[in-house]
Design a protein around this ligand. Structure first.
Ligand code: G3I
Length: 368
C-alpha cells in the first residue's frame, strides 16, 4: 500500500505548481491522489474537516469524499450551546449524535467544538449569566455535555476565542458575559470542569487572528502566550491550542519565521497544537479562477510549511471540505458575487490547487 501510494505521489503527473515553499509540488494533473488523511497518518498527523450536519443527508457523493479524505470531523454548529440546549434545562443531542454515528460508521474521530464561547449561545443564556448564577450554569452544562460524550471525543475546544486585546481587559481577554460574570478565572473553571467530566478528551483553547506579521496579530500572539503561561502556572489543565487559521490569500505579510517561532513557543510549554479551521478567503483576489486557486494554494502552503513540521502539531482540519459550503461567502462575500474557492474540493468535488498544496505540505513533513 505504502509503495503504491508513494509511487502515485512521486509519479502522479505532478507538475511543478510553482510553490515557493519547496517540497514536492502538486498540480491538478495528478491522478486521483490518495486521501489527505492517508497522507497525514504516516507522519503522525491527521486530516479532517468541519461540516454542517445538514450535509449528512442528501449528498451521498459528498459523504463518500468526506469518508475518503478525512480521519477527523468537527461540526460547524451541532456541538454548540444553542443547539445542545436551545431551552434552559432541555438538552437536545440529536444532531450531535447523528454526526457521532456517521463518524463511528466511517471510523473517524470527532472533535468537540465548543463549550464556552461568546457566540453560538441560546438567547436565554446571557440573561442567566449573573455573578450568582453563571458558575452553576457553566458547571451544569459542562458536566452534562462532556458527560454525554465522555470517552468518545478526541478533543474539546473548551474555550473558544477568549482574546480581544482591544477590549482592554486583563490578559487581553475579550469582554464576554463569562468574563463579566466570573472574572478572568472563568477559563480556569471551564477547563477544570471539562477535565473532571471527560478526562480523556484533549482540552484546547481555540483562537483566530494569530497568523500574520501585523501589529494587531502580534499583540494577539503575545497575549495568548502570556495567558497560557498564567494558566499553566496555576495548574489549569489546558493541554493544547487550536490555531483556527482562517487565512486571507490577499494578505502579503505572512512571515514563516514569525509563525514557526510562535508555534515553537507554544510547544515549549508542553502544549499540543491543532490547526482547527483552515480555509483561505479569496475575496481580495481577481475573479480569474486560475489566478485565485494558485494564490490560495501557495498562501496555504507557505503557512502550513511553517507550522506542520513542529512535533507538537497533531493535525489539521479545514473549515469545510468542498466549496459547496463555506461560511466565507456569507461573512466576506466577493464584490463580483462569485462564490469563493477556499477549500480543498471544488463544488464538483474535484481536488483544487489547495488540495494539492495541503497534500504537498503533509508529504513534506519529516517522519516522526
Ligand atoms: O441549521 C440551523 C437551522 O436548523 C435553524 O433553523 C437556523 C435558525 O437560525 O439556524 C441554522 O443554523 C445556523 C448554522 O450556522 C448552520 O450551520 C446558525 O443559525 C448559524 O448561527 C450558524 O453559524 C455558525 C457560526 O460559527 C456561529 O455558530 C457557522 O455555521 C459556523 O461556520 C461558524 O463557525 C465559526 C467557529 O465556530 C469558530 N471560528 C469561526 C467560525 C466561522 O465563523
Amino acid at each position: 500500500m505504502l509503495s503504491s501510494r508513494r509511487s502515485l505521489l512521486a509519479g502522479g503527473a505532478a507538475m511543478l505548481a510553482g510553490t515557493a515553499a519547496g517540497g514536492r509540488a502538486w498540480a491538478a494533473e495528478a491522478e486521483q491522489p490518495p486521501g489527505l488523511n492517508a497522507l497525514a497518518a504516516p507522519k503522525g498527523l491527521f486530516f479532517g474537516s468541519a461540516l454542517d450536519d445538514k450535509q449528512l443527508t442528501g449528498d451521498p457523493a459528498f459523504l463518500q469524499r468526506l469518508g475518503a479524505e478525512c480521519g477527523m470531523l468537527v461540526s460547524e454548529y451541532s456541538f454548540k450551546w444553542e443547539t445542545l440546549q436551545p431551552e434552559q434545562g432541555q438538552f437536545v443531542f440529536t444532531r450531535a449524535d447523528a454526526l457521532m454515528d456517521f463518524a463511528a460508521a466511517n471510523r473517524m474521530r470527532v472533535r468537540g467544538h465548543t463549550l464556552i464561547w461568546h457566540e453560538g449561545n441560546p438567547p436565554w443564556l446571557e440573561a442567566a449569566l449573573t455573578p450568582e448564577g453563571a458558575l452553576a450554569m457553566m458547571y451544569g452544562y459542562i458536566a452534562t455535555v462532556c458527560g454525554h460524550f465522555r470517552g468518545r471525543l478526541a478533543h474539546w475546544d473548551v474555550v473558544n476565542e477568549p482574546l480581544s486585546p482591544e477590549d482592554g481587559q486583563p490578559f487581553g481577554l475579550r469582554a464576554t458575559p463569562w468574563l463579566r460574570a466570573l472574572g478572568p478565572g472563568y477559563i480556569d473553571l471551564a477547563f477544570r470542569a471539562a477535565a473532571k467530566a471527560d478526562p480523556a478528551s484533549l482540552r484546547l483553547i481555540n483562537e483566530f487572528g494569530l497568523d500574520y506579521a501585523i501589529d494587531w496579530q502580534e499583540t494577539r500572539r503575545t497575549a495568548l502566550l502570556k495567558l497560557l503561561e498564567a494558566l499553566l502556572a496555576r495548574g489549569v489543565p489546558v493541554q493544547g491550542v487550536g490555531l483556527q487559521a482562517h487565512l486571507d490569500a490577499a494578505e502579503k505579510r505572512l512571515d514563516q519565521r514569525v509563525l514557526s517561532r510562535f508555534v515553537a513557543d507554544i510547544a515549549a510549554m508542553g502544549l499540543k497544537i491543532v490547526v482547527t479551521e483552515l480555509d483561505v478567503r479569496d475575496d481580495g483576489l481577481p475573479a480569474d479562477i486560475g489566478v485565485r486557486d494558485r494564490a490560495v494554494a501557495d498562501h496555504a502552503r507557505a503557512w502550513l510549511d511553517a507550522v506542520l513540521p513542529n512535533p507538537a502539531v497533531l493535525g489539521l482540519l479545514t473549515w469545510g471540505l468542498s466549496d459547496r459550503r463555506s461560511w466565507l461567502n456569507d461573512r466576506f462575500p466577493r464584490k463580483d458575487h462569485l462564490p469563493q474557492r477556499p477549500l480543498p474540493l471544488d463544488t464538483e468535488l474535484r481536488p483544487t490547487a489547495l488540495f494539492y498544496a495541503i497534500a504537498g505540505a503533509l508529504d513534506a513533513v519529516p517522519g516522526r
